[in-house]
Design a protein around this ligand. Structure first.
Ligand code: KIV
Ligand code: ZN
Length: 516
């Protein structure tokens, strides 16, 4: 039967120790609520003695978040434990997490304490925390660099004092998987009362081994892992929750262990933590990186189109993402190119496809990624030339400090003259409103630029505009010695392009319907 692994999330405590990641109490509460939806077993909300904000955050989480156990960190000192207990008081299920360093380096240089004193203080701290909570976790800080015999002695003593979880931190990310797994195995064999506590691990990522070390520990008997969303944390970070959880899920055949995590909440939680901490997720990060489910090489795309399992070990939907993406770039093949055109409603004959694919390769060499709009432009190059639906026949504007800016415009369309007038915020705006009325379109003006193309008072002015309409973006240009006229011409040029691009698309669709 699969063992249940307790997921102890420390994003709000160790994760927040990541440089620049500090969160307000309100933001911590928002993350904690999402962690509860994700299904973590324990939320470490903060280190209450460290700041009034942290104490407040733990208290708010303890009050509002139901379901997971709420934990708070404390050094093995009375004031720390009192502060943690006070902040946790409203929680229905609470845990006090006390720690004390045990390694020779910390004993000698940081604490200036002998082994016996460390044992005494650790036992005292667990006993003191027990007054406030049944659930007490003890962490011998820098456990992985502590002499194993001494570590076993400390663990046995704190379990005797009432610790219900003993956490083995690889505080400086020094451990390697085989050795760390053996250490956990050693604990199961040499700590005589270990059956009365859960073994937890807390791995840092200084050598990039936090996840492999955590997994090795699970294999050798750990029942809890401490981890953070996106792997954020002190220095190189902590073990990433999503990597551990998904490894246990995807490789359940090997680990025979499960978690209570709703994996479909992973992407949402990752995005929330990244947005609130301001720490971006690297694109190649496993599970939640932007590229984790994107395939670019032609060979891979071809395989994916034949059977997804050729190049994907998990479906993106499993972690709450929309779907895998075949990215069109210079390495993409014909199969993916034709498939994407198909999804855009375009099917080409073999010679047309050859020509379009050749143009695509030229473009892909220059551009990192080729988007759907680029593809449509590539296809449209083979179609009849651009249509000029409207011609500017007359433009007159009136404006001034006491005048409402007004434009009167006449357009020629297939030999017929159309005329209208409108007011606006200025003469150019009045022109654009009139053209909208005459053409029946009202595109968004994304950009407007004016510059002189010749010198002198009668310089030619050139106007460039960018318009967006129903997802299509086009540019238009117009020149004249009159900047209002140049503006109207540029706008009309762009409108004509919009109309011809719509006409071309419906031509492609019609043709496809006739020759499927
Ligand atoms: O890395 C560490 O040792 C810690 C402890 C306080 C658990 O974060
Ligand atoms: Zn840590």
């Amino acid at each position: 039967m699969a063992r249940h692994i307790v997921i102890f999330d420390t994003t709000l405590r160790d994760g927040e120790q990541c440089p620049g990641a500090s969160l307000t109490p309100q933001q911590k509460l928002e993350v904690a609520k999402q962690l509860a939806r994700l299904g973590v077993d324990v939320i470490e909300g903060g280190f209450p003695i460290a700041s009034p904000g942290d104490a407040q955050a733990v208290r708010m989480i303890a009050q509002a978040v139901k379901g997971p156990v709420i934990a708070a960190l404390a050094r093995s000192l009375p004031a720390d434990i009192d502060a943690a207990a006070a902040a946790l008081a409203p929680a229905k299920r609470r845990r006090i997490h006390v720690f004390l360093a045990t390694s020779p380096i910390h004993r000698k240089f940081k604490l200036h304490k002998a082994e016996a004193e460390i044992v005494r203080q650790a036992v005292w701290a667990v006993g003191y925390a027990k007054k406030y909570a049944k659930d007490v976790e003890f962490s011998p800080e820098d456990a992985s660099r502590t002499e194993p015999e001494f570590l076993f002695q400390v663990l046995e003593a704190v379990i005797k004092a009432g610790a219900t979880t003993v956490n083995i931190p690889d505080t400086v990310g020094f451990a390697v998987p085989d050795q760390f797994g053996a250490l956990i195995q050693g604990i199961t064999e040499h700590v005589r009362n270990i059956d009365r506590a859960v073994i937890s691990v807390h791995c840092h990522n200084d050598l990039g081994l936090s996840v492999p070390n955590s997994l090795a520990a699970i294999t050798h008997g750990a029942g809890q892992v401490e981890c953070t969303i996106n792997g954020i944390g002190e220095r190189a970070g902590n073990a990433s929750l999503e990597e551990i959880v998904m490894t246990l899920k995807i490789r359940g055949d090997f680990y025979r262990a499960t978690t209570g995590i709703d994996t479909t909440q992973i992407a949402k939680t990752s995005k929330l933590v990244s947005a609130l901490t301001g720490i971006p997720v690297q694109p190649n990060k496993a599970i939640v990186g932007g590229n984790a489910f994107r395939h670019e090489s032609g060979i891979h795309q071809d395989g994916m189109l034949k059977h997804r399992a050729t190049y994907e070990i998990m479906r993106p939907e499993l972690v709450g993402l929309g779907g895998s993406q075949l990215v069109l770039g210079k390495l993409s093949g014909r199969h993916a190119f034709a498939k994407r055109l198909g999804s855009l409603g375009v099917r080409l004959s073999p010679p047309e496809l050859d020509r379009a694919f050749a143009r695509f390769k030229v473009l892909a060499d220059k551009k990192k990624e080729v988007f759907d709009e680029d593809l449509m432009a590539i296809v449209e190059e083979d179609l009849p030339a651009e249509l000029e639906t409207y011609k500017l026949a007359y433009v007159h504007t009136a404006s001034g400090s006491d005048t409402v800016p007004t434009a009167t415009i006449r357009l020629a369309k297939k030999g017929k003259l159309l005329q209208d007038a409108a007011c606006g915020d200025g003469p150019v705006d009045a022109c654009y409103k009139t053209i909208d009325r005459l053409t029946g379109l009202s595109p968004e003006l994304v950009d407007y630029g004016l510059h002189a193309v010749t010198k002198g008072k009668d310089a030619l002015g050139e106007v460039a505009v960018t318009l967006r309409h129903q997802g299509v973006e086009v540019t238009g240009r117009g020149t004249s010695t009159d900047v209002i006229e140049a503006s109207a011409k540029a706008y009309l040029h762009a409108i004509n392009k919009l109309i011809s691009s719509t006409t071309r698309r419906s031509y492609l669709k019609r043709r496809q319907a006739l020759h499927p």
